[in-house]
Design a protein around this ligand. Sequence first.
Ligand code: ATP
Ligand code: MG
Length: 416
Amino acid sequence: MSRLQPVRGTRDILGDEARRFGHVVDSFRRLADVYAFEEIITPVFEFTDVFRRTLGETSDVVTKEMYSFEDRSGEMLTLRPEYTAGIARAWLSNGLAQQGTAKLAGFGPMFRYERPQKGRYRQFHQLDAEIIGVAEPTADIELIAFAWQLLADLGLADSVTLHLNTLGDPESRQAYRTALVDYFSAHRDKLSDDSRARLEKNPLRILDSKDPGDRALLGEAPKLDAYLNARSRDFYAAVRGGVEALGIPYIHDPHLVRGLDYYTHTAFEFITDALGAQGTVLGGGRYDGLIAQMGGAPTPGVGWAAGIERLAMLLPESPAVAPLSILMPLGEAVAARAWTLARDLRAAGVRLDIDWKGNLKKRLNRAARRGARFALLLGEDELAKDAVTLRDLESGAQREVPMAALVEELESHDRV
Ligand code: ATP
Ligand code: MG
């Protein structure tokens, strides 16, 4: 029955994939804390305007990808397609401006109506880090440092490349925009329909086009570098200087523009060639105009987002799991002690399950099938001695261990 399938573009994450997913999230949260970011959890839906007004009326996300609906009271709502606009909204709603700078990090599901394929889903998950209220390139450098350390912790330093560019300040961008409109207008007939529509509203986005015809025009297109004013050039030089000081390898990529309207100055992406067309694992940049566009006082901001599924797929190996022990209470008479022993072992951090059912042979087989490391046999004999029989499920070796010594024993030995 098709209704028992998940909706196209959505998926259940379980087993090894869930462990990989969890490992990515755990690594991110630990590092976010170390980098002194505060966690922020924003709603998965917002008023549609939060996205429509900030991402740009002509962005792909707004024109084609948003899940928008009217709720029962007639409000137009949208399932968030990205994190930044919601965080900026939260910054305003909660009066965070009073606190000056905010370093905020979060993760969760995003929703975009896209053509599903490997690494591209309609519900996917992002990690997100933002620094709001810092106009200087120090914030850009710190975010890139955070991203790089995360990727390195995940074992991906050798499989991704940092692409870095600047979009300049609004003045430089305006000058460049005019040059682009002139150039592409002269080649109007060769542009894709999408890009012809972009020509008037946001010609920069043509640089981001995946259409082969459009891409063929890019080689000769004007380069932003020539239109940067001194302020924009200095800003970019400072970002590059910081990245170089940290020894983070990167390439200057003049075609990197990022898909959304609100970016200024720094734009960056970490790209891999291991995921086909879905090569960008982490992307971000500066959005100095966003908060003002939302109706707040002009406030600078910079941030990045990373696709959790793409990172999880790229992990060089499955995350390690702690060895599993299975407690096997043998007979009614030991049940009460089995519960308290399990409670105490678990409180001490031992990864433990209890198997109550069937004869011993069945239970041992089941435990082996699950890949458990040890069986803890508790019968009436053991109970009388306040001990368990500790059995190595790989070798079959076993010996008696006093209950009081069990935690130590399980932590310090990987065999019996
Ligand atoms: P792409 O060019 O692949 O469409 P994007 O520029 O739209 O990416 P961003 O909006 O910058 O992506 O989102 C940041 C990250 O979120 C991406 O680098 C990617 O890892 C992930 N991501 C974006 N869209 C999807 C999706 N539909 N499914 C899975 N991951 C996604
Ligand atoms: Mg996209």
